[in-house]
Design a protein around this ligand. Structure first.
Ligand code: C2E
Ligand code: CA
Ligand code: CA
Ligand code: CA
Length: 281
């Protein structure tokens, strides 16, 4: 297929041309956005199913574009990765979210043990100074790393790369928590999972959704929770939208949950209002 593909470069495809221009525009926009700090972090609560209380928040980036409005991360993270901007952006998110965590932890005794979940692009692991940058963030924000959960996708694990393994081990030694995000979508082999120092598996929302359609056997979610617990890890369910799903997850002894049932990702300014609005928290 590779050799026959050559000829295609000579064919003028107006769709592709248009797409190339769009991508160039996005790239220029993104470079400018990083300089002007047009990004915002939203925070989605993660609830402990044992206590019903807020255990922490996941930091989710948004792009406040000057003319196009709020752009979701799925529309710019891949481009930022492609052009090498993800490093600066993801480090900014990391530092900003930890500063915010410190503010909340100091705000009341009630919040002093909450955690923050940070999504890390796989690309970060190929920068040799990543470890040093993380140390700087901790020194600057004075956050205890044991309150920081780093979310990485299964593909990072599946590469079985010694460099990545070394970095994850270092992060673990520094007391960060490591979470596999979107568990179940990346076909990771269980023996690989077992050989990494992981604290939790986050079940992808597609499986939580299917649990509903599949009343009798609840799909794959029970097996995933079983795997997680048998490896001594916690389980987080994402995309929880209904009371029914919540009840099923409780029955299955899932540890933590997040989703629109509890809250959408919130603007930073709305987080304390949200906490105050529910006496249970
Ligand atoms: P993710 O890490 O799997 O994040 C979960 C996504 O599910 C978020 O989308 C969240 O808003 C959405 N969500 C939360 N609750 C529900 C629910 O009940 N139902 C449904 N249908 N969706 C729900 P969002 O914020 O658009 O983020 C999309 C993806 O972008 C994230 O997926 C993550 O892979 C990436 N991303 C977001 N922020 C960052 C970041 O700071 N750094 C990096 N590297 N990637 C990020
Ligand atoms: Ca995530
Ligand atoms: Ca996820
Ligand atoms: Ca996802």
């Amino acid at each position: 297929a590779k050799s026959s593909g050559r000829a295609q470069y000579h064919v003028f495809d107006p769709d592709m041309h248009f797409k190339a221009i769009q991508i160039l525009e996005l790239e220029n926009d993104l470079r400018r956005a990083v300089e002007r700090e047009e990004f915002l972090i939203y925070y989605q609560p993660i609830i402990s199913l044992a206590t019903g209380k807020i255990a922490g928040f996941e930091a989710l980036v948004r792009w406040q574009h000057p003319t196009k409005g709020m752009i979701p991360p799925t529309e710019f993270i891949p481009a930022a990765e492609e052009i090498g901007l993800i490093y600066t952006l993801n480090i900014w998110i990391f530092k900003t979210a930890l500063k915010q965590l410190k503010i909340w932890q100091k705000h009341s005794a009630f919040l002093e043990n909450i955690t923050i979940n940070i999504n890390l692009s796989a690309r970060l692991f190929s920068y040799p100074d990543f470890g040093a940058v993380v140390d700087n963030i901790i020194a600057e924000t004075q956050v205890n790393p044991s309150y920081v959960e780093l979310e990485i996708t299964e593909s990072v694990i599946m590469e079985n790369n010694d460099i990545v393994r070394g970095i994850l081990q270092q992060l673990k030694q520094k007391k960060f928590k490591l979470v596999i995000d979107d568990f179940g979508t990346g076909y990771s082999s269980l023996s690989y999972l077992h050989s990494f120092p992981l604290n939790a598996l986050k079940i992808d929302k597609s499986f939580v959704k299917r649990m509903q359609d599949n009343q009798e056997n609840m799909g794959l979610v029970p097996a995933m929770i079983g795997i997680s617990h048998s490896m001594g890890m916690l389980t987080i369910a994402e995309g929880v939208e209904t009371q029914e799903q919540l009840a099923q997850l409780r029955t299955l002894n899932c540890d933590l949950a997040q989703g629109f049932l509890f809250s959408q990702p919130l603007k930073q300014e709305l987080v304390l209002d949200f906490i105050a609005s529910n006496p249970q928290w």
